[in-house]
Design a protein around this ligand. Sequence first.
Ligand code: SAM
Length: 410
Amino acid sequence: MTPAQSMLHEATGLTLSRSAVDRAIRHRMEQSPAANQDAYLDRMTPEELTALVELVVVPESWFYRDPQAFQAALEFIRARLATNANHMVRILSVPCASGEEPYTMAMVLADAGVPRASYIIDAFDISPGCVERAKSGIYGRNAFRSQDLGFRDRHFGSDGEDYRISDALRQQVRFKQGNLLEFDLGARTGHYDVIFCRNLLIYFDKPTTKAAIAKLEALLGEGGLLFAGYAEVPSFCQHGFTPLQYPQAFGLRKESARPVPAVKPAAKAAPRTARRAASPAVPAPAPKQAHRLAPVPVPAPSAPAAIDLLAEARRLADLGQLKEAENTSRDHLAQSPDSAEAYFILGLVNELTNKRQLAEDYWKRCIYLQPDHYEALCHLALLAETNNDHGAATALKARAARVYKRQQGS
Ligand SMILES: C[S@@+](CC[C@H](N)C(=O)[O-])C[C@H]1O[C@@H](n2cnc3c(N)ncnc32)[C@H](O)[C@@H]1O
């Protein structure tokens, strides 16, 4: 990691590519007297760091993203209120980006007739710009990506070319700037009934993911529900959470918790293999006979050597030693030419060095060799989303969800 990458990693937890960081710094240097990057870093102030962070975060979000999560949360909240009508349901959205996620929860609750006084929604994001936009409640077309836009007619008015959320909903959510990794747990231990933490851990390395999950675990009350991004569920399963059997909701509960009414947990996840830091772990792949490429005749390696190379490639990728991880994956492929996992790691390495097309090619190769490679499917879905290919992203997500469900069942 360069000093600038380390500084931003420390400030946000994000694992950022060197090119993304350099690009952001070049942008900020246009307004700085600093002659070069070192001079710019030497003059760093908290305000400048905040401005730099704004340029590296990915505040991608939209209303009703993965809508089943909100449905599952609604059922859970109704069940909680049915057992105790005086209970104040506390909901947390972190990171909330520009507010699309917590406002969706507020709309779902309003549409279901849940009394406004029976819940509160807290929403945090590290980016002050995001929080300001969230508070303004004004959104462009890009925030409305779902097919059914009835909610927009019900809850938004127009604001020039944009849409403004109703004041009633705006008042229902308390927005604040905050870094999940620095949350003060003092007053908030076990505070929340429902937590949304979606599409954040995918940007974290393994130790940061662990630290973030520990925070979330402490924030979540006994028997509460947590909703993750679809690619993040396995990381939670590795760290003391159990997935719910609620299709496409990507909900989890703490393992120590008693069964949750109305939303039933799935069987405990199988142990996972260790993975690259910024990526979630996936169920250990079952050996596949079908869909293999024609095997290249190579001398059969001793099994431990092949396994060691793969483990070493993963370890190097985790450490950010990308060139070495790439070389080791290739060494492994020389021994096991149809190793889906080696192609998966090559995909990661290329993604981290901003060679997206190559990353995509490797992950496609990976799922060709192993059609149920959950993590490759998730990465391909994210890539399709980044490329605004929402049709492909939805299909890949659905496929990943089917694989995940199947693997939970087996
Ligand atoms: C892809 S958005 C996810 C938004 C929403 N949860 C969703 O799934 O649609 C990621 C957000 O994480 C925020 N973020 C990054 N690091 C963070 C941290 N350490 N604490 C809180 N928010 C963070 C970014 O500012 C960005 O808005």
